[in-house]
Design a protein around this ligand. Sequence first.
Ligand code: GDP
Ligand code: MG
Length: 445
Amino acid sequence: LGNRLTGVFDKLRRRGALTDADVQEALREVRVALLEADVALPVVKDLVTRVRERAVGQEVIRSVSPAQQVIKIVNDALVEALGGGEGDDGKRGLDLNAPSPVPILMVGLQGSGKTTTSGKIALRLRTRDRKKVLLASLDVHRPAAQLQLQTLADQAEVTGLPIIAGQTPRQIAERAMDVGRRELYDVVILDTAGRLAIDEALMAEVAEVKAFVKPHETLLVVDAMTGQDAVNTAKAFQEKVGVTGIVMTRVDGDARGGAALSMRAVTGAPIKLLGAGEKLDALEDFHPDRIANRILGMGDIVSLVERAAETIDQAEAEKLAKKMQKGSFDLEDYASQLKQINKMGSLSGILGMLPGVGKIKSQIENANLDQTMLKRQAAIISSMTPKERRNPDLLKASRKRRIAAGSGTTVQDVNRLLKQFDEMSAMMKRMNKLGQKGLMRGGLG
Ligand code: GDP
Ligand code: MG
């Protein structure tokens, strides 16, 4: 996916500005990418339309390529569709703003992670929010279900409602709320039974409990790995039961996260939490920007673009990239690289944002390229003659001594710089081979 998109954007980059055709072409690929990430077709169509309207006719930011701009527009639309911008007022997480005990009803299909998530939320509320939490299982269908929840309650060090055989889900819910009131619990989490598939009996049972308890939060738990099915599940639960939020589990798997986008679009309910593992502490807040990245598969190119837009001079970057490709990258170019890097923050930080360059990044980090070093290196290069900068091979012992004296450094410093330069040239050749050409031309130079 990443490669596919990079390929398209590579093509776009070579032109001066975005044309209608450019945008159409990029969006054709984006469409496929989104579908591959499990985003539902109507949602994809809607998103693509929105991006097209926004992209065509938009003024091209001078310092980034049109292609990078498209990435950013697609990304921003994704973040928006996932609920970005909400939650600054604390709305995104669980809403406990109600009289105690606040009832939370967990609903969803069997195996989606309801019971586990109940335990996770209980643990978080107890430890982070200092809440007194009561856990109650309304799952009377599977004999082991209530014991499973009690085990999790023990692990989370919260109370589980004592199990009484023969009660209906509604009776258990009633008892839980009673205990919650009498014993002054802050939150009562009601874990319901699931079925393997949506059926009327399940919906009726959940709806009855819901009508009785009037939960402040009704959280639909869905398995991210089920892709399109998750969306159908979410739709059915929203229509038949009504939910206030979604918890997406198994995001620790390799699902692309497209289901999140679809569920959000289809139900209108916010995604509130993510389950990222079997352990009780594997509960995460939902960050629209992170999921957008995961869906688009473009690493953190967007933030690279944001920073590059402010600092990088496109023409200079292109000139440097050409030289690099021809292998005629010299110390003069290295010096102007250093200047760019200085403007943008650390080099390893920049490299870290590009997908697929993790290995090179650690090499750079090992080379200990910090800001002081960058400044010293710039001083050394400015003490060289233009001829020396173009041809570092000229630099024998006596010249090195002169340069060291001129820049207030030592011969070791000069040697270190030359070694660094060699490594950098080699690295850039490798990066070109890695297929990051487009990026380098437009961004890093
Ligand atoms: P329920 O039937 O909806 O109550 O689902 P359970 O809570 O019993 O979970 C079913 C299985 O999924 C269990 O083995 C859990 O350990 C596992 N599980 C739940 N949440 C997650 C998660 O976020 N990641 C992973 N990898 N496994 C999970
Ligand atoms: Mg369960």
